[in-house]
Design a protein around this ligand. Structure first.
Ligand code: NPG
Length: 370
């Protein structure tokens, strides 16, 4: 039995090594929200993947801070004991939506659960890999030469898949240039919902470059139009933003809206929901991969453990720590080894929060006795 005693929230601000530009804007610093739970003297950590503004998702660090403090905390106080982390989503079910806020707390409970058993999390999830293939997501660059230089650097570091962020006006030309220079690279594109039917000629053009997938071309909450688009293109459509739960994943597959799913445990409401998507994907033979949200070492560790599951067969948006931060708040940093990220083998998430660095990056924190 896990008896949770304390809940803490930490808001952090960490400078990114380089600005990250997507179709919805530029990030220079990472605002992170970390959650810790204490049970039986053991502390577990979770990271909320919400951003500073409602651009990728409607959730933000501020909405998550509010939901965790004012709504999740009382539900936790009223429950307190868990025999398994998968019981938490049932306790939190009265709160509609707010997947990222819920997932952060569930992540901390999984960490405690595995630490109490002195086993690495991947073993308890049913993972079976010692290292996971690392891909890299390349933000929109100022020009083609900078893009080619960035891609060349990442390939030299042995990243297994290059994902190019695209938006109208920065799509066919960068893809053509990268494909011409690196004909054998595993290449995909991510539109973050920046296109519509009027862009069909552009999408057809992208269809000619042997891409592994086109990720979330249409609206963030659409399934139907993606199903229609899927029938127009040879390149598989991968959905990210549109898949907000296992139920949505089932609907997407039923409609033929995607042939690949990007799993972000935060976006779908936690590890338990991700495991449901994983079971569905295995059943339907749909390849999965783990997306990234520029997480600190805490969230990155959880992604690495999840990515060890057998249905996660494509390279992930899990890159080495140094690609994001000069100084992360968790140790040890994740490093690339032959294009793979080794899976932590110590108990729980297998990373330790460095309190000095955490407190230096912290802009607000609060602790409650449950
Ligand atoms: O490697 O963590 C990473 C970043 C991967 O491109 C990436 N993430 O749309 O998937 C995305 C994108 C993102 C980043 C979205 C930050 C929202 C915020």
């Amino acid at each position: 039995m896990i008896r949770v005693e304390r809940l803490s929230i930490f808001l952090l601000e960490l400078p990114l090594v380089a600005p990250f530009v997507t179709s919805f804007g530029e990030e220079r610093t990472k605002q992170a929200l970390l959650v810790s739970l204490t049970a039986d003297g053991v502390m577990g950590w979770g990271e909320c993947v919400a951003g500073s503004g409602p651009w990728y998702s409607w959730e933000t660090v501020e909405t998550a801070r509010y939901i965790i403090s004012e709504h999740i905390r009382p539900l936790l106080s009223g429950h307190k004991t868990f025999s398994h982390p998968s019981e938490l989503p049932v306790v939190l079910a009265p709160i509609r939506g707010h997947a990222m806020a819920k997932a952060a707390v569930e992540g901390a409970l999984w960490d405690i659960y595995a630490r109490l058993q002195k086993r690495p999390l991947w073993q308890l999830l049913g993972g079976a890999r010692e290292a996971v293939p690392a891909g890299v997501s390349v933000g929109i660059q100022p020009d083609i030469p900078s893009l080619l230089a960035a891609v060349e650097g990442f390939l030299a570091e042995s990243y297994q898949r290059i994902k190019l962020k695209i938006k109208p006006g920065w799509d066919v030309e960068p893809v053509r240039a990268v494909r011409a220079r690196f004909p054998d690279a595993l290449l995909s594109v991510d539109a973050n919902a920046a296109y519509g039917w009027a862009d069909l000629p552009t999408l057809r053009e992208l269809d000619r470059y042997g891409l592994l997938m086109i990720e979330q071309p249409f609206s963030f909450d659409d399934l139907l139009e993606h199903a229609q688009l899927s029938r127009e293109l040879a390149t598989p459509i991968c959905l990210d933003e549109s898949i907000t739960s296992a139920r949505r994943a089932r609907e997407a597959l039923e409609l033929g809206a995607c042939r690949i799913i990007n799993v972000k445990q935060g976006r779908v409401g936690g590890v338990t929901e991700s495991l449901d998507i994983h079971a569905l994907a295995l059943d339907k033979k749909i390849p999965l991969w783990c997306g990234g949200m520029l997480e600190t070492g805490v969230g990155r560790a959880l992604n690495v453990h999840l990515a060890t599951l057998p249905g996660f067969t494509l390279p992930h948006d899990i890159s080495a720590t140094k690609r994001y931060f000069r100084e992360d708040i968790a140790d040890p940093p994740f490093e690339l080894k032959d294009g793979h990220i080794p899976v932590p083998q110590r108990p729980g998430l297998g990373v330790e929060v460095n309190w000095d660095r955490l407190l230096r990056a912290c802009t607000w924190s609060r602790t409650w006795k449950l």
